[in-house]
Every structure is written in C-alpha cells, then in structure tokens.
Design a protein around this ligand. Structure first.
Ligand code: DAH
Length: 341
C-alpha cells in the first residue's frame, strides 16, 4: 500500500506539472482526490490493515494528499497568471480614443437673475423671507385691503381649493408682507421671491405659474424717495448705469400712493419700437407706500412708522436682461435654449 501511495504521489505530481490549462488541472484533481479518485480508493482500503500499519499508512496518505493539493494550488496560480498575461497581450487598449464628454448643467437664466436680485438687496441690508404658495384668501386679499368684491378675487382668475373661496394658490407674493409684519417688529427690510399662480392661458407673455420678488420696508420716516432710490439702484445694478426708469401713478389696494415702474427700452431708447410695442418704455414692477390700513391691520403704529413695498416680475426682469421675447422658452427646458446662458 505504501508503494501504491508513493506511485500515486509521483505520477500525480508529474501529471500536475504537465497540465496545460485549468480544465486539465481540475480533471487531475478529480482523478486523484475526488470521491472515486485513486487516493480516495486507497484510503478506503485502510480497514484491511493491521493496527500497527494503520497510523503509518494514514500519515503517509495525508502527506500525499497535502503534496497533491499544494501542487495543484501552485499550478493553478501559475496557469492563471499565464492566462492573464495572454489576455492582456490580446486586448489592445487605445488610450488615445477621446472619452465620452460629461454633460455639466448650468444655472437657469431665471436663477441667474434671482441670485443677482438677492445679492443686490442683501447688499442694501434686506433679508430674504419665504411664504406659503397655498394661501388663505385672508392673506392674499383681505389683509391686503382688497374689498370683498374686488375683481382680482374672481373665480375665473384665481385657483381656489375650497367652495367658500377661503383657500387658494397665492396670486401674488404680497401676502408675505402680512406674514412678515405679523411676526416681526419694525425696522423691517425683506424681500421674498416665489411662485404665484393665476388662471392665465399660456402665450408669449403669460403663464399660469410665474415668479415674483416682493419687497417690504417699514421704519421711521420712510418716504417715496426711499422707494425710488431703492428701485433705481435695483434697475441700474441689473441693467447698467445708463438704464432709465419712469414712475407712473397707478392703483393697488394695499399701497397709497401707488405706482408702476417702467424701464426705458434698450432697443430704441424711448423712441418706440417693436420690442417695446411702440411705447418706448417697458413695465417691470408695481410699488407704493404701504397703505395705513395694512400696517395697522398688522399692529404697526402709523403715527410712528411708514413703509414702502414693491412686487417685481422675475420673468420680465430675465426676459429684458437676456432679450428673450417668449416667456414659454423659460419653462420648456429645451437644452438648446438653456445652454446659451
Ligand atoms: N402684487 C402686485 C401684483 O401682483 C404687485 C405689487 C404692487 C406688489 C405694488 C407690491 C406693491 O408690493 O406695493 O400685481
């Protein structure tokens, strides 16, 4: 039996050494060490040995098994390495082929302008407030001094959530003025950018959702002069030192006096052209001195404090700045358009 084991050892080791590939090696492993392998069948005969022989042969058998396993492991490593080398030789890698370009996004033109507007106002000491888009009529209209029958409240203009018209999608950012004044004491200097909603059909200048930036200043001795200075600063910072403004009387329920602010058309410098539809001026915002009723409704003493407010259309500011003629372009997410800014 000892002889048989020695034969197995030498024949297996030389066969393993000669194995050409991993498949052949596996076949050898099965042939020697497998359930029906030659070493296994020798071990099965151990029962016929005498008690003295058994441990000696047992020990030898274990040595043979270990030697075969070791040889297989060494050969496996050797063959795998050869295989890898071969593969690397066959695979030609052209490192000069250009990679796939990674598309990096960029800021939307509205975000560019919003960031500038926020920058300009924070530079003048304003902070930024947020208000809800789902709003109470109380805040969107009543506390802003809209009468019960004001036409802006109509169902055909406003998205209401409830039959009793008490909850709606805000139609303007002005209700944020109320939220701010209800929790903050003067002096107040805030802007509040955000989305607003109106039942408008989509066309080149209308969208049922658009953006406004509200502004509110309340302090001692605030006048229309402060309003003009602030808004002129905004316009000149946005459009350049030559940009000219015009303050026109207007009406808003929550300001008195009220005005609309126009910028002179950059195209024709006031003469009238296609861009400004012959007007020479383009309207960009509404503003005014905060109505005493609005201040008092928020518990602010109008014998001590006064304030001004304004609401700018962010789409308009953006379209003016980049000469965009159709508002729909701002919402369509067409990369060919957006990648120009
Ligand atoms: N909320 C007005 C609108 O949507 C704009 C506006 C006008 C806001 C005058 C103001 C203001 O704060 O004082 O048309």
């Amino acid at each position: 039996m000892k002889k048989t084991l020695e034969e197995i050892k030498s024949s297996s080791l030389s066969a393993i050494e000669k194995a050409a590939d991993l498949g052949a090696l596996e076949a050898l492993r099965v042939a020697y060490l497998g359930k029906k392998g030659s070493l296994t069948s020798v071990l099965k005969q151990m029962g016929s040995l005498s008690a003295e022989e058994r441990p000696i042969i047992g020990q030898l058998a274990n040595q043979v098994r270990a030697a075969i396993e070791e040889a297989i492991a060494a050969k496996t490593a050797e063959l795998s390495e050869k295989l890898l080398e071969q593969k690397l030789k066959n695979e030609k890698l052209d490192v000069t082929i250009p990679g796939k370009p990674i598309k990096i996004g960029r800021r939307h033109p509205m975000s560019v302008i919003l960031d500038e507007v926020v920058d300009i106002f924070t530079g003048m000491g304003f902070s930024v407030a947020e208000g809800p888009e789902v709003e109470l009529s109380e805040y969107n209209f009543t506390k802003l001094n809209h009468s019960a029958d004001h036409p802006a409240r109509e169902w055909q203009d406003t998205f209401y959530f409830t039959e009793d018209s008490s909850v709606l999608l805000r139609t303007q950012t002005s209700p944020v003025q109320i939220h701010v004044m209800e929790i903050q004491k003067p002096p107040i200097r805030v802007i509040s950018p955000g989305r607003v909603y109106r039942k408008d059909e989509v066309d080149a200048t209308h969208s049922p959702m658009f953006h406004q930036v509200e502004g509110l200043v309340v302090d001692k001795g605030i006048t229309m002069g402060d309003l003009k200075g602030t808004l002129n600063t905004l316009v000149k910072r946005l459009y350049g030192p030559e940009a000219r403004t015009r303050f026109r009387p207007h009406h808003f329920p929550f300001t008195e006096p009220s005005c609309e602010v126009d910028v002179q058309c950059f195209e024709c410098r006031g003469a009238g052209c296609r861009v400004c539809k012959g007007e020479g001026w383009i309207e960009i915002l509404g503003a005014g001195m905060v109505h005493p009723k609005v201040l008092e409704g928020c518990g602010i003493d109008t014998s001590v404090y006064s304030g001004f407010a304004f609401g700018v259309g962010l789409e308009r500011l953006t379209m003016r700045r980049f000469n965009i003629s159709d508002m729909r372009l701002l919402f369509e997410n067409d990369m060919r358009f957006l990648s120009q800014f």
